[in-house]
Design a protein around this ligand. Structure first.
Ligand SMILES: NC(=O)c1ccc[n+]([C@@H]2O[C@H](COP(=O)([O-])OP(=O)(O)OC[C@H]3O[C@@H](n4cnc5c(N)ncnc54)[C@H](OP(=O)(O)O)[C@@H]3O)[C@@H](O)[C@H]2O)c1
Length: 347
């Protein structure tokens, strides 16, 4: 049985989802992988829960306590940024809010983790969009792993599919529905014959869209994901890394009910498609045949890889959700654990 010590930064939807999954999968992880996870610290924006034993925090008590400030292990005002280098741990799981402007606070946390010899798992796009090359280099220089399966497509194993299962093929292009909120809005405009504004309001009421929905509907979120996909999967080692401002982005704000209905009469559907093809990176509304594998409905995401040997492969699933994204985080932890065992055995 091997112990893996974790520092979790972010105690929100995905952070809590992850802790719940760690409880739920405790015996599964032991039986199948011989893996025993200890959560040594959990940070929020105003402090953290810090374990003073080798066995980690009692996660159940963190999840069930009414006022977290009353928890015996709560330390007020302590910062993840300062604590990450000091603490002993194997993996930092970074799940703070995405910020595509300067990547913070996640970028600082990831830098601190890699520099102090910890592997990193994240679902946070911001640091990767802002500093992809720097972080990949930092991980390599420090011989650490940086995994981010949950950052694109939530539960959908996009990077594992490309990296592991399509190893023999060269992936030539990527196309996808990468934002569940815009897809929900466009789907409702078709199914309920309602205008954009009403469908957006509905998405906000259901908690799919933020009060300021521009990040989703103006294509910023999808463009960030496209950048991460392109730099990870399409870029050859000798090629440069692409930057956010190279992506042509078009919003779905101006899509009218008439346009949606006209498309439907012609067996087509309007979707917000992100594509990386022949050196061009674009996010924008596109007409697709209703039968296209990309034409998924509601909040689903879908991604098509076109490759030289395997042809076109499309993968569909839930692109968001605490539990769903936590599944990707846990998969990354298992992957790193297995890689570390392999490295140890080879030395
Ligand atoms: N939600 C999803 O379905 C989903 C899907 C895929 C990817 N993601 C990505 O996963 C990440 C987490 O998403 P989420 O929905 O869980 O966000 P969330 O619910 O807003 O939670 C964010 C957490 O980060 C904490 N935080 C903020 N600043 C911090 C700092 N400086 N130090 C320590 N903790 C800090 C917050 O602390 P407080 O509790 O003090 O506010 C909160 O606990 C985001 O980057 C998001 O884009 C989310």
């Amino acid at each position: 049985m091997a112990d893996v010590r974790i520092i979790l930064v972010g105690f929100g939807t995905v952070g809590k989802g992850f802790l719940n999954v760690v409880i739920e999968k405790k015996s599964f992880l032991k039986e199948i992988y011989g893996l025993n996870l200890h959560i040594n610290a959990v940070f929020k924006s105003d402090g953290g829960f810090i374990s003073n034993t080798n066995t980690g925090l009692d996660i159940q008590s963190l999840l069930s306590i009414k006022d977290y400030k009353e928890h015996p292990q709560w330390v007020k005002d302590v910062k993840a940024y300062d604590k990450i280098p000091e603490m002993e741990a194997d993996i930092v799981v970074e799940l703070t809010p995405t910020n595509i402007g300067d990547g913070e606070p996640g970028l600082g946390h990831i830098r601190q983790a890699l520099k102090s010899g910890k592997d990193v798992v994240t679902a946070n796009k911001g640091p990767l969009v802002v500093a992809f090359q720097e972080l990949i280099t930092l991980a390599e220089e420090n011989k650490r792993f940086l995994h981010y399966e949950g950052a694109v497509g939530g539960a959908i194993p996009v990077f594992s599919l490309a990296r592991e299962n399509l190893k023999s093929s060269k992936i030539i292009s990527i196309e996808g529905i990468l934002n569940g909120t815009t897809n929900f809005i466009l789907s409702r405009m078709v199914s309920e014959k309602i205008p954009f504004e009403i469908a957006l309001k509905e998405a906000q009421e259901l908690g799919y869209a933020e009060r300021d929905p521009s990040y989703d509907i103006d294509g910023i979120d999808a463009a960030g994901k496209l950048l991460i996909l392109t730099n990870t999967i399409l870029r050859r080692p000798e090629e440069r890394f692409v930057k956010f401002d190279e992506i042509k982005i078009e919003s779905i704000r101006n899509i009218t009910q008439e346009a949606v209905e006209l498309a439907e009469e012609n067996n087509l559907v309007i979707k917000h498609v992100a594509s990386a093809k022949e050196g061009k990176l674009e996010v924008g509304p596109k007409l697709l045949p209703k039968t296209s594998p990309l034409a998924v409905s509601s909040t689903l995401n879908s991604i098509t890889f076109k490759s030289d040997l395997a042809g076109e492969i499309t993968i569909i699933g839930e692109g968001a959700g605490g539990r769903e994204t936590a599944s990707a985080v846990l998969t990354d932890i298992i992957t790193i654990f297995k890689k570390r065992i392999k490295t140890k055995n080879n030395n």
